[in-house]
Structures are given as structure tokens and as C-alpha cells.
Design a protein around this ligand. Structure first.
Ligand code: CUA
Length: 352
């Protein structure tokens, strides 16, 4: 009867791990189901290095077991000393050459891929059609600026599939890290100096996940680090172009009276930090909060909550409860009625 507790503990530990791991296999966020050229290369390296490691473990384990069994002390043979191999040239050669070979097998593709993945010549060229996106990370939200299209969006990154998308990464407060597990990365966003890299979003894989991949901050950056998510909408080229066009034209269409009232509240309390038009001309330092153009079409509220009016209200009412340490907390004062109006207004920020 005494033994049931540890067993129960082990069982619950295993089931918890199983539950945790069950979430890892989803195609929209799994590194193990690569959804683009970069992810595939990184996955191949992962497989190669794992294969080499497993091979070494297996060989060493077999030799170890063989030696333990073969040379164990036997009854009646206690004083037997087997042949001593210390200083054997043959053995030393073997265990020096094999690791060198293994390292070469690992190093050649790793170095080759590293240079390929870091190749951003196309993006730096004077005359270039490359699609460039400036990513700016902030505690705890993401800004995506399309310098050639002259639009800015936040939280939902929108990209075309099957072409190279170049990223220029930086941070405005502390170090964060830009990671789209299924598609590639991660790469740090720093306050000084820009990091650059490229990704390709595979159209077939994008279809499988209804066009939405999952992105994350991968650098411990503060109390809400784990909530610093973003979504990636990977669209066919023509749909992406249509989105850009819609974003350029996006203007709040305020129809009913509540939304109209909400717009007034917004102008009083929110507009100092949040823009509602994608062609935001203000300098970066002035853009202190997510751009809200096309907000009604976003996948999430505040990056993490399911998108609905209830959650918009909950977020405005008490952002601290949802994302501790965020910079919106305490910067405005609005009544419950005004929050209702604000939610109505935000839901009117639609693309055509
Ligand atoms: Cu930003 Cu973790």
C-alpha cells in the first residue's frame, strides 16, 4: 500500500510530459515539420547531427557493454590480468581519426548552410525587387514595417509565399529574438545594430495550416516574455499584393453611434501612441504602441487573446492582468461605457 504514491507521481509526470509534447507536433509551430527552404535546411542539419550523435552513443554503448562483460572478474580467475593495450598506436589512431571524420561530415554542410542562410546581398543591393520587412521588437509586441510598400503593421506579420522575404531586425528596448519555429530562425533583435536574414514560406505548408503560422519571442525579455507572440499570415503573392493595397487605403469606417463615440475616446486617450493608418509617417520613437490599421482582421487581441469583443474590452480594462509589465498599463483612464465604445471603434478598423 505504501508504494502507490511514487508510482502515481511518476505516472502523472509522464502524462504531463506527454501532454506538453503533444503540443509540439502541430504543423503551424513545429520545427520538426519544416515549412520552407530555411526550415528544411535547418531540419536537415538537425537530423544529421542527431544521427551522428546517436551513432556514437550506440557504438560506445556496445563497446562498453562488451568490455564490461568480457573482462569482468570471474570466479577462480581473480588474478588474471588481460593483455594491456596502453599506448597502442592502432587504437589511438582509430579513436582520433573517427571523430575527425565525423566532425568533417558535420562541418561541411553546416558551414555551407550558414553562409547560404546569411546571404542577404539581394536585400542590400541598390536596385532590388527584394521584399524587405523591418522588424522592430518591443516589450511585448512586434512592429512590421514594409519600407518599399510604405506601410506598417503590428502583431500580424503578412508575407507572400514561395519567395524570399528579407528581414531586418532590431529592438527598441531590450534584446528580443524573432522566431517562426515552422519556417526558420531564430535571430536576435538587438538595440544596437541590425541583424538580417531571409525566410521562405512554403505555399503548400501554408495551405495546411490555413495560412497562419505562429511566431514567438525567443529571448527572455521580461515578465511577459512568454506572451510575446505574433501571427504570420502567409498568402499567395496576389493576395499579398491585395493586402498591401488594402492597407494603404485603410481608413476607419465608423458607422454606428457607439463606434463614433469610441473614435472620440480614442482620440482623447489612445492616439498619442497608437496609429490607425498603415502609412504612419511618424518617426520610430513616436511609434510607442502597435499600429492598429486593419485591427479588426487580426488573429489575436494583444497578440495572445482570441479575437473577440469581450477580450478587447478585457484588455483595455486591465492590460496588466493579461500582459504583466506592458507599457500600456496606467497610461489612460476610461469608464466602462467608454471601453464598450472603444471596442466598437476598434472592431470598425477593417480592411476593404
Ligand atoms: Cu521579447 Cu521575450
Amino acid at each position: 500500500m505504501k508504494n502507490w504514491l511514487p508510482k502515481w507521481r511518476v505516472m502523472s509526470l509522464f502524462s504531463m510530459i506527454a501532454l506538453l509534447l503533444a503540443g509540439c507536433g502541430k504543423p503551424f509551430l513545429s520545427t520538426l515539420q519544416p515549412a520552407g527552404e530555411v526550415a528544411s535546411m535547418q531540419y536537415d542539419l538537425l537530423l544529421l547531427s542527431t544521427a551522428i550523435m546517436v551513432l556514437v552513443i550506440i557504438v560506445v554503448t556496445i563497446i562498453f557493454i562488451y568490455v564490461v562483460v568480457r573482462f569482468r572478474r570471474r570466479k577462480g580467475d581473480e588474478n588474471f590480468i588481460p593483455k594491456q593495450v596502453e599506448g597502442s598506436h592502432k587504437l589511438e589512431l582509430i579513436w582520433t581519426v573517427i571523430p575527425i571524420l565525423l566532425l568533417i561530415i558535420l562541418a561541411v554542410p553546416t558551414v555551407a548552410y550558414t553562409f547560404k542562410l546569411a546571404d542577404v546581398k539581394e536585400m542590400d543591393a541598390k536596385k532590388s525587387d527584394a521584399l524587405v520587412i523591418n522588424v522592430r521588437s518591443n516589450a511585448y509586441w512586434w512592429e512590421f514595417e514594409y519600407p518599399n510598400q510604405k506601410i506598417i503593421t503590428s502583431q500580424d506579420l503578412v508575407v507572400p509565399t514561395d519567395q524570399k522575404v528579407y528581414f531586418k531586425l532590431k529592438a527598441s528596448d531590450v534584446k528580443h529574438s524573432f522566431w517562426i519555429p515552422a519556417v526558420g530562425g531564430k535571430m536576435d533583435t538587438n538595440t544596437e545594430g541590425e541583424n538580417k536574414f531571409w525566410l521562405v514560406f512554403d505555399s503548400k505548408k501554408a495551405e495546411e495550416v490555413d495560412d497562419v503560422f505562429y511566431g514567438k519571442c525567443a529571448e527572455l525579455c521580461g515578465p511577459s516574455h512568454a506572451l510575446m507572440d505574433f501571427k504570420v499570415k502567409a498568402l499567395p503573392k496576389d493576395e499579398f499584393d491585395a493586402w498591401v493595397k488594402d492597407m494603404k487605403a485603410a481608413k476607419p469606417e465608423v458607422a454606428d453611434a457607439d463606434a463614433k463615440a469610441g473614435e472620440e475616446v480614442f482620440k482623447q486617450s489612445c492616439i498619442g501612441c497608437h496609429a490607425v493608418e498603415a502609412q504612419d509617417q511618424r518617426p520610430e520613437q513616436a511609434r510607442q504602441a502597435p499600429n492598429l490599421a486593419g485591427f479588426a482582421d487580426r488573429e489575436r487581441v494583444a497578440g495572445v487573446l482570441e479575437h473577440n469583443e469581450e477580450n478587447i474590452k478585457a484588455w483595455i480594462k486591465d492590460p496588466e492582468a493579461i500582459k504583466p509589465g506592458n507599457k500600456m498599463t496606467g497610461t489612460y483612464k476610461v469608464s466602462d461605457e467608454q471601453i464598450d465604445q472603444l471596442a466598437k471603434y476598434l472592431e470598425s478598423l477593417k480592411l476593404q
